[in-house]
Ligand binder design. Sequence first.
Ligand code: HEC
Ligand code: HEC
Length: 417
Amino acid sequence: MIGRWLACALFASALQGVAFDAKTLAHIRQHSPRPPLAADPTNRVADDPRAAALGRRFFFEKRWSKSGEIACATCHDPERGFADGKQVGEGLAKLERNTLSLLDSARQRWFFWDGRADSAWAQAFGPLEHDAEMGSSRVQAIAVVAEDEELRSAYVELFGAMQDVGDVARFPRDAKPSETNATASSAWSSMRADDRAAIDRAASNVAKCLAAYERGLVTGPAPFDRFVEGLADGNTEKLAALSPSAQRGLALFVGKANCRLCHSGPNFSDGEFHSIGVAPLGGGPPRDAGRHTGAKLVRANPFNAASPFSDAPNGPAAERLATLRAGPETWGEFRTPSLRNVARTAPYMHQGQFATLDAVVRFYSTMQGALAPGHHQETVLRPLNLTDDEIADLVAFLGSLGGEDVAEELRRPLDER
Ligand code: HEC
Ligand code: HEC
């Protein structure tokens, strides 16, 4: 035992690696390994491979969009870490926020930058119906499934009979609940209540298939995970997974720079919401209420974990809804992003305000351009005044959090070989 730690220490010094003290080691171990993906009892097909295969079809489905040209994969591009590389998402028009990567997204507690959904399936029809994203409607989406023999039979196998939506007067294709589109909204309210309920039921089933596909978008161990294994077993090859610079960055991350305060645990996120004062794109006063609105939306979301569409309406996810914070201090808060795979998904922050990880770390170092916190808000962040070397070390460490990419076949449509 002593020999092993000695060898390890000698190895570390040979590479000018870092000799971590016991407290630092304990902090490091909180970030790795990742536990197995938790079950999602709100979605009874979450782990059904047939649902994942159908969800994969839906994910690349362009017939769902108003233009016939946009699929989920347009913005969540498998070759860009299931994001788009843009500051803000762009579908039929420009959006207000940066596209979130779907890599390992099944590990989130709250979904979206403002946490307005409490499961991956609760809001899948959000982008589909959003006028600036895919501009479609849930009726149109269900019609595509119902009228495609293959999709329909895969659906029926999982969920049983499907509503016949052939009568377009009874099921107007553009019908959807909408606050911005009066025609769509009146078409929706003109429908029979039981028809609306049947569409919503089918829409939630389709969304659960999308979520089942997304659960498969998991990355393998990152160099950081191998390094942490090396710290435990002294294996020199594993310890070499982090360069000396990345090791110093790790020490800063869990130590002096205190990034672990919010980017905690194996996901490098506390799953909660904070304001770190990043100014809005294009300047001016902040306009995005973030969590303040998100907390209200998730409670009101007709597809939330406590809703009749949930397969566990009394489960822990439903209980969480009752206890969430929505006070004035949540104005302008955004979800702490996971830092796993972060080097793959530039630009950064909720509007892609920073082009590189170097720019992000420089922001934390100087807090230059940061918005002054409102009087209700936390003031955790102080300029860290890092040296250029320390900045480079933190960036090197962040680069070590990229896991092995998801299985190749999940990165392309089912029928493309
Ligand atoms: C026009 C671009 C665009 C399209 C098309 C699009 N998305 Fe998104 N997606 C975004 C943006 C932007 C966000 C972040 C929005 C926010 O947080 O307010 C996002 C966030 C998400 C999230 C939340 C991830 C997380 O970590 O919380 C999921 C899940 C998701 N999208 C799934 C889908 C699915 C499924 C489809 C297809 C039905 C889809 N998206 C289509 C741009 C898009
Ligand atoms: C007070 C909590 C908190 C602390 C401490 C903190 N962060 Fe963050 N971090 C956040 C939040 C919240 C965001 C998203 C903010 C936004 O979009 O406006 C974020 C965003 C980021 C991003 C962008 C990720 C992406 O995908 O867009 C990186 C990288 C990052 N932080 C790294 C760090 C590092 C490195 C440190 C330590 C120097 C640190 N953070 C300290 C809460 C924190």
